[in-house]
Design a protein around this ligand. Structure first.
Ligand code: NI
Length: 249
């Protein structure tokens, strides 16, 4: 069994056929799903999917690119919900943000959301894009936090947190230009690797460019099986155990 630990099933790209998407995944052995929060407008849909499906869990938080919409209430309204397993995705994304004041704002709300996660004893799902050093400094400044680097960016610096943090591996590892990740991948302890899609984005090769969905975690599993030199079932066992340990499911 595979857990898709990062799948935006609340995204409008799934509004037409989410039931079929889930069915297709389950038939392929993808049995549980975690919907991370991104845009606050989609959160009620994530909550409602988690109430409709035993296999679906969700996280609360505000994505760094949506940070202008931030309110504590967005997290606090659902953080005690029985299907809420984490705070995220939260973090820093400097790709479109060049102003120092905007970066400062992202940092401020990243820290604020980590504090809420700590208070409620939830792991965090971290999004880092072109902001490795600042993310590193912030995480380093906390004690007793755990979580996952979603769509791990192959930074060896972030591997320093592998005592308490996990590394989300998705379709990127199958890309032809994934050399850096392929090289770093063996350095991640096996008990810290979890599988994700980031659906509807970042679809694995050879389906790159099409809508991603949880079914395609099977391709990621196959690639990890090749890289670790262990059979597919073993990859499923290890990564599912890791995900359950991290998210308490
Ligand atoms: Ni995501």
């Amino acid at each position: 069994m595979i857990i898709d630990t990062h799948t935006h099933l609340d995204n409008e790209k799934f509004s037409e056929d989410v039931d079929e998407v889930i069915k297709r995944a389950k038939e392929a052995g993808v049995k549980e799903f975690i919907i991370p929060a991104a845009d606050p407008k989609d959160l009620p849909r994530a909550v409602s999917l988690s109430e409709q499906y035993d296999e679906i869990f969700f996280a609360v938080g505000v994505h760094p690119t949506e940070i202008d919409k931030y309110e504590d209430k967005i997290l606090l309204d659902f953080i005690t919900h029985p299907k809420c397993v984490a705070v995220g995705e939260i973090g820093l994304d400097y790709h479109w943000v060049k102003e120092e004041s905007d970066r400062k704002k992202q940092k401020e709300f990243f820290i604020r959301q980590i504090n809420i996660a700590k208070e409620y004893n939830k792991p965090i799902i971290i999004h880092v894009r072109e902001a490795t050093q600042d993310s590193y400094d912030i995480i380093k400044s906390f004690e007793n936090i755990k979580g996952v680097f979603h769509c791990f960016n192959a930074s060896e610096q972030l591997l320093e947190f592998s005592e308490n943090f996990y590394y989300g591996i998705g379709g990127v590892i199958t890309f032809k230009n994934a050399k850096k990740l392929i090289n770093v991948f063996p350095k991640i302890p096996k008990n810290r690797v979890i599988i994700e899609t980031d659906a509807p984005y970042l679809t694995a090769h050879p389906f790159r460019g099409q809508r991603n969905e949880p079914f395609y975690t099977t391709i990621v599993r196959d690639k990890i099986s090749e890289l670790w030199g262990v059979d597919k079932k073993e990859v499923e066992n290890i990564t599912t155990k890791n995900a359950k340990r991290l998210f308490g499911i």
